[in-house]
Design a protein around this ligand. Structure first.
Ligand code: HEC
Length: 394
């Protein structure tokens, strides 16, 4: 049995599931936020109804109403939205365990940031996942939780601290995913531990012929608003492994926050737009944040530009010593069974073919991972100069 190959298939299956359930969850959650924001006063002036909306979709007309606290009587069939959220977390956590805990030395640990053993890194990561939710939940339930604006400020500061701390403990890529996993865990726990139990209590009260306590509705709404602003930053984190320039940088925590802010601003724009306001400064602010992130990244860049263009034989020797242990048809590096991402750099043609991404990976210092093959700054400069000169093979 080829376990490395099997693990790639498991990775694919879980990642696919994670995307599918994530899309279903976020889709439903964005839909209901939009619906809430677009409700009109009920035409029949029913005092129990907070608002209603007529819509057309998929060739049919829909008539939806939201009841302030509860309808006159409990309907026989009630649709609940929860498995989308639960499966997003189950699949996401499985993926996190498979990659960042299972291969901690490659993905979670960077000895130049903090020389942790895999078990130490996993322990800290797990403690932060649990601790993040417990702390967030306590603050939301405390007196502070009653002041939405104050809570927002505390949340933003806490997120900044978590991002900073993670980046001082884990590899850049691992730190980003750690923050994403913590945020995603909070979002799903909001559904599992607050929104759904509250709805259960509301339904139970109605079944017993009583009026549900309005606090459950209020709490559920609060958590669902938090979730909506966290969604886009988390999606950025989930795609960030493709963009080493964001996390392989001394100020990676700041870049994470600035791009996260861009996501929250975009979300706020849509929320306000659904309420009939066109706050164009919000997407403008998001673009400004992305431009700021770009300049932060450029400012910290190592200057490799000055090297002379080396002859190809030298390039090939560097790649053979520093890269091809992993990036070969039959990798010699322990624990690497197949060429990562299908990138094989053995023959001149192969090295040339991958030269553009090689430059990106070498410049951002994403490769070699954790600099396991100890490439020198001088060798990086040579590779970059060679690619910049058009990757000549002579
Ligand atoms: C210790 C093994 C190892 C070494 C050495 C190594 N790599 Fe990689 N490389 C990987 C792994 C693992 C990935 C996949 C990372 C991921 O999952 O995103 C990868 C991915 C890549 C990619 C594809 C990136 C993408 O996401 O498209 C390129 C290009 C690359 N490496 C170039 C290099 C270069 C150039 C060197 C030498 C300077 C190098 N690698 C050294 C393990 C290694």
């Amino acid at each position: 049995m080829d376990f490395a190959a099997l693990s790639e298939w498991v990775n694919l299956a879980i990642r696919w599931l994670h995307l599918i359930t994530g899309i279903a969850w976020i889709g439903a959650s964005f839909y209901f936020i939009a619906l809430d924001n677009q409700l009109d006063p009920p035409a029949d002036k029913n005092p129990l109804v907070r608002g209603e909306q007529w819509a057309i979709h998929g060739g049919g007309f829909y008539y939806k109403r939201k009841y302030l606290l509860a309808p006159e009587k409990l309907p026989e069939k009630l649709h609940w939205f929860k498995w989308e959220a639960y499966w997003t977390w189950i699949s996401g956590f499985a993926l996190f365990v498979l990659i960042y805990w299972g291969q901690a030395s490659s993905y979670l640990i960077d000895p130049t940031v903090m020389p942790l053993t895999p078990w130490q890194a996993i322990g800290i990561s797990a403690a932060m996942l649990v601790g993040g939710w417990v702390a967030y939940d306590l603050v939301c339930r405390s007196k502070l939780g009653e002041n939405e604006a104050l809570l927002g400020v505390i949340g933003a500061v806490a997120l900044a601290v978590v991002a900073y701390v993670s980046c001082q403990i884990f590899s850049g890529r691992g730190a980003f995913l750690q923050v994403g996993a913590m945020t995603g865990t909070i979002m799903v726990a909001n559904v599992a531990m607050v929104i759904i139990p509250g709805q259960r209590k509301m339904v139970a009260a109605m079944s017993a012929g009583a009026t549900p306590d309005p606090k459950y509705g209020r709490w559920g709404k609060q958590r669902s608003v938090h979730n909506t602003y966290l969604t886009l930053p988390v999606i950025f984190i989930m795609i960030s492994p493709h963009y080493p320039m964001t996390w392989q940088h001394p100020l990676n925590w700041l870049i994470l926050l600035v791009i996260g802010l861009a996501g929250a601003l975009v979300r706020q724009f849509f929320v306000l737009r659904q309420k009939g306001q066109n706050a164009l400064w919000l997407p403008a602010g998001a673009v400004a944040a992305m431009v700021a992130a770009f300049f932060i990244v450029q400012s910290g860049k190592q200057d490799y530009a000055s090297a002379e263009v080396p002859p190809f034989t030298e390039v090939q020797a560097i790649v053979a010593a520093r890269c091809a242990n992993c990036h070969a048809a039959k990798p010699s590096f322990e624990g690497i069974a197949v060429a990562p991402k299908g990138v094989i750099m053995e023959t001149p043609a192969q090295i040339r073919r991958w030269s553009a991404s090689m430059r990106q990976q070498v410049q951002t210092e994403a490769m070699p991972p954790g600099n396991m093959t100890e490439i020198t700054a001088e060798e990086r400069a040579k590779l970059i100069a060679w690619v910049a000169a058009g990757a000549p093979l002579d």
